[in-house]
Design a protein around this ligand. Sequence first.
Ligand SMILES: [Zn+2]
Length: 440
Amino acid sequence: MAVLVLDKRKRPLMPCSEKRARLLLERGRARVHCMVPFTIRLVDRRIEDSVLQPLRVKIDPGSQTTGIALVRDQDDVDVDTGEVKKVAHVVLLAELKHRGQTIRDALTQRRAFRRRRRSSNLCYRAPRFDNRVRKAGWLPPSLQHRVDTIMAWVNRLRRWVPVTAINQELVRFDTQALQNPEIGGVEYQQGTLAGYEVREYLLEKWGRKCAYCDAKDVPLEIDHILPRSRGGSDRVSNLVIACHDCNRAKGNMPVERFLAKQPERIRKILAQAKAPLRDAAAVNSTRWALFNALKATGLPVESGTGGRTKFNRTRLNIPKGHALDAACVGNVDDVQEWQKPVLCIKATGRGSYQRTRLDRFGFPRSYLTRNKSAFGFQTGDSVKAVVPSGKRTGRYRGRVAIRASGSFNIQTPQGVVQGIHYRFCSLIQRADGYGYSWAR
Ligand SMILES: [Zn+2]
C-alpha cells in the first residue's frame, strides 16, 4: 500500500511506502492529513526541493462499478534489442461503486408523489405551457452522478498526487480499426489484439447473449456459423457469440442442421450476421461525457478500448477485476506491482432532504430529526468505539448511523452493531459521501 504525501503547503509529492511513512511520522517530520486513502503531510519539505515522476490515473468506467488505478509510468529500454517497453507500476487501486439505481428510485418516488398531489388537488387547473427544454448533453441524474463522482475522485487524486496524464477506456472496441468489419474484412485470430477487438465487437453485436439459446451471464465463446472444417471463413460476418454448451453441441454442423427445428431463429441469425453494427452502439453517451469532462482538466487524456484492456489483462496473466482492468487500460506493455489490496469506495450520498420516511404505499412511517448531527456526530462519519463493559463490550470501527437518543449504530465489516452510546465513540474521519473498505 502506498501512502500519499503532501508538502508543507499541501501540494502533492510522490507517494511513499508504508515503512517510510511510519519513520517520518515517528521522527515528527510528518503529520497525518487524511485517513482514507492514508495521506501524510511533510512539515519540512517543499515541492520545489522534490523530484517528481510521471503519474497516470487510469479509469475503466462501468455501469455499477468504476475501476480506478494510479500508476507510475516508466519506459524500460531492452539492453539487447533497444526496444522501449512501456511499464506501469501500480501505486493505488480503487473501485468506485455508484448509486445510480438509488438516485433513480428516489426520483421516481418523488415524481409519483408530485403527480398524486397535482392530480388530486389541482385536477381542474389547465395544464401549464410545456416550456421545459433540456440542455444539450443532458444526462439523466443517475448517469450524470456517474460522471460527477468519477470526476470528484480524479480531482481528489490530483490534490493528493502529482498526476500528469489520464487514461480512460472510452469504447468497447476500436471503431477505427474495425471500420466496417463486415465489409472491410477483419479476420478473427484468437489471442491477438485484433482478435480481442473482434470479440468485443461481436459481444456488442449479439447483445452479450448466446445467439442459439439466448443464455445470458454465462461464459460466451465465438462460434463459426459455417464451420471452418466445411470451408467457413474467419470473417466477422461468419461469426456469432454462443454459450459453451451450444458451441459444443453444434460442433461442426452447419447452422441449418443444428437449428433444423427453429427456422425462424436461423433466418434471424443469418440476417443479423450480415448486418453491420451501427457505430452508435460502441460509444455510449456517459463515457463521452466523462471523456469531455476529463479533457477539461487540461491534462493529456488518452482513450483505450475494451478489446485492448482485455488483451493486455490476458497477455499479462492478471486476474479479472474492476481496478485491475483499469490498470490494463490503454497502450501498456507491462503492468507491475499489481498485487495490492483494492480500496472499495462506495458512493453513499449525504443523506436526504426528505424528513418523512414513507411506507411502500406513500403513507408517513416515521420522521427524521431536523438536525443532521447529534452529539457532534453525523450519519456517515467514520468512528472508533471502545465499549468497556456491558453486553456490547469490545472495540468497533466503521461508519456510524446516528440516533437522537445517542444510541448509535455502527456499520463494521462484520455487520451492523446496534446500540453503541455516543460517549464510547471517537471520530476518525468526517462523512464525505463515501464509505470505504479494503478488499484483497
Ligand atoms: Zn447457448
